[in-house]
Design a protein around this ligand. Sequence first.
Ligand SMILES: [Zn+2]
Length: 485
Amino acid sequence: MLLALSVLLLIFPPTLSAPTRDLCTTGKNKLLLTIFDGFRWDYDRDVDTPNLDKMAEEGVKAAYVTPPYLTITSPTHFTLLSGRYIENHGVIHNVWFNTTTRQRKEYYMTQFVDEYWDNGSLPIWITAQRQGLKTGSLHFPGTAATYQKETIQVREVEPKAYDYTNETAWRENVDKVMKEWLKDQDLDFVTLYFGDPDEAGHKHGPDSSERREAVKKVDRTVGYIRETAEKHGLSDHLNIIVTADHGMTTVFKGGQVKEIVLTDIPGFSYKDLQFHLLDYGPSAMLLPKEGLLDKVYQALKGGHPNLHVYKKEDMPARLHYSKHPRILPIVLFADPGYVINGFYPIQTNKGEHGYDNEVMDMKPFFRAVGPDFHSNLLVGPFETVNVYPLMCHLLGIKPEINDGSLDNTRHMLISNGEPCDSGADVAESSLQNVFIGLAAVAGFLLLAFVVVTSYNMYKRRKINPKAKDTGDEDEMKADSKQTSF
Ligand SMILES: [Zn+2]
């Protein structure tokens, strides 16, 4: 029987019988973070989105997510990459500026200003690389910059005047990321950026048919991403997160409302300003000339019923947009539907973002699917600062200091956020293996006992059916000897 037990243990070692895969996050799966710029949380409500629906059935869908304030592209992307609020990571605007020279660089050229991005907070690409992973990024804001003398290992920065909306180019980008980067070059983590439905939302408004067409394009692309992952054999070990940087709301047009034009406000004058960021949608920042801060502030405060005016230190704490030295001394923001103009209304967009992050129209969507995520799970809203610790956990890397927490997203994971290499988990897993092993041995012993006992009784009755009845102890001992171990 000992021999049989040894054979049994060789065939079914306890470690192989333990279903540990679902109990912890291995950190070995790849991760793709995909952004569809300006995809508002409810954009799937008035458009058929079969691929997004399928992704939700097979993965996790959040009701919505809350971006950081200021709800514009580069700052909110850097929050996803660092897990920090904007006042903590310092990428405070899409525009780089120098208040002394009054020089500005718009969104695209700002991509190449290293010190604007490399500002104390390390993006996840560099953290992952330092911990032995291979990373890539395609068109994601922040891709071009060098961080603490390191760049993203594999990267592609869009050319100037790039058409961010071309679906054929989108598919080529998906092919490149899936085949060349994740499969052939075996990258562990990739960020992938698409510029719609933001463009359609700005140009035609969030309620336009053009925006709905852009959402259909996003849906086809999500289908293509998952299909391509399957084609290249990646699906079983690739987690995919699809989300956005901010939402979009309709801009009220002239005649409907009284527009916000600063020079119409009594007491306000450009002459009092050293520098300004005006005419960038619903938010603005001002640097008054020396000694004129109070004058400018008092003039603007209460100057328009839909204009909010703050000295930076008085900004509502919940917005996390006051501490960084790059934030100018006076911060302005408008109510939904309004934009802030300097001299006269020159802004032509039908849709805008950049408003208070509590405004529902500023909230993006969020979906995730892959081996580490639950399927068919709808979760409540959470702030996008929490995406960073989630991604670090999925990749099995140690996060930098950040403002998020895995506690806000761990319920999406099959592992409930337990890493496989944690001491507690290893101990738990080992203990489980021991129990399973002991149960197998006990089961086998019981089976052997039943078989042997039955055989003995059968044999005894066959050889001497009356032995037990007549109390012949010698014969019983003889039988016992024959069958004892
Ligand atoms: Zn954006």
